[in-house]
Design a protein around this ligand. Structure first.
Ligand SMILES: NC(=O)c1ccc[n+]([C@@H]2O[C@H](COP(=O)([O-])OP(=O)(O)OC[C@H]3O[C@@H](n4cnc5c(N)ncnc54)[C@H](OP(=O)(O)O)[C@@H]3O)[C@@H](O)[C@H]2O)c1
Length: 250
């Protein structure tokens, strides 16, 4: 497939490398411009392009930027074919993105992304920490292979996103339509907790509407207050513990 990626950070960069290695034709753009990312991107086996060109001719376009930057991508996305599969990896973190009332009032983040860029999106690769994505993928069928959720309203788009999740080394679990995609947002049991397929299905089913945002804030306050940012395994453990504990504020 021909895959475009906007964002060459922790997630976009890792996906570029993995998809290029899997034999896909990958072109990548970032805010800095093609000349500033060319060396890094070529070392990944991909091609550096400008944001204005990244959507042209691709089968899949992955949006991997901070949530607050999503509206800036609308004109680039408008150049994509009508049947392009758009994948949104973003998460809303108010400390980074600023407070957004509609999200605070419960609109699923990827519903909002979709409205901001004017096209339907598939939500995938948002519920995995960059380290997990880079280091903990396994071949299909391997014992203990971790799983990632894929949500969206278009079955063809979901199937293609699921194919890319598998190519990245993870089982893909159908997480329902975009209206249900809050289940894989920060603070929920399915978010960055390194689960197998069966565990992930249970985690998605056990999510409680409105609770994730409170848990997200609880965790961020804890991580920011710590003298040093916790290591990867501590983050996973605390994500699991905090998402699973009763919400005293509810
Ligand atoms: N880090 C994680 O573990 C993780 C896990 C799952 C999901 N996510 C989510 O995935 C998204 C990306 O996360 P990340 O950690 O990869 O972020 P990151 O490392 O900060 O990288 C962000 C990338 O977005 C690019 N960018 C920002 N604004 C842009 C714009 N207006 N036009 C084009 N490119 C723009 C940046 O370009 P420059 O390089 O030129 O600055 C950068 O390459 C976020 O929404 C995040 O919440 C992150």
């Amino acid at each position: 497939m021909k895959v475009g990626i906007i964002g060459v950070g922790n997630i976009g960069g890792t996906l570029a490398k993995k998809f290029a290695r899997a034999g896909h034709e990958v072109q990548v753009a970032a805010a800095r411009g093609a000349s500033q990312i060319r060396q890094q991107v070529e070392e990944m086996g991909a091609q550096a392009v400008e944001v204005t060109d990244v959507a042209k001719g691709v089968d899949v376009l992955i949006l991997s930027v901070p949530f607050s930057a999503m509206p800036e991508l609308a004109s680039a996305v408008a150049k994509a074919r009508p049947d392009v599969v758009l994948i949104d990896t973003s998460n809303y973190y108010p400390f980074r993105d600023g407070q957004m009332a509609e999200l605070d009032n419960g609109k699923p983040e990827s519903v909002c992304s979709s409205e901001q860029i004017g096209r339907p999106v598939i939500k995938a690769f948002n519920a995995v920490l960059a380290f997990t994505l880079a280091e903990r993928g396994l071949p299909a069928g391997a014992k203990g292979r971790l799983a990632l959720p894929v949500a969206g309203d278009d079955s063809r788009g979901k199937a293609i996103a699921a194919e890319l999740v598998e190519a990245a080394g993870f089982d893909a679990v159908d997480a329902g339509g975009l209206a249900e995609s809050w289940r894989q947002q920060p603070g929920n049991p399915a978010y960055c907790t390194e689960l197998t397929s069966a565990e992930l299905r249970d985690a998605l089913a056990s999510a409680e509407l409105g609770r994730g945002a409170r848990k997200r804030e609880e965790l961020m306050a804890e991580f920011i207050a710590a003298s040093a940012f916790p290591d990867h395994d501590t983050v996973i453990r605390r994500n699991r513990e905090v998402a699973a504990t009763r919400d005293l504020a509810a």
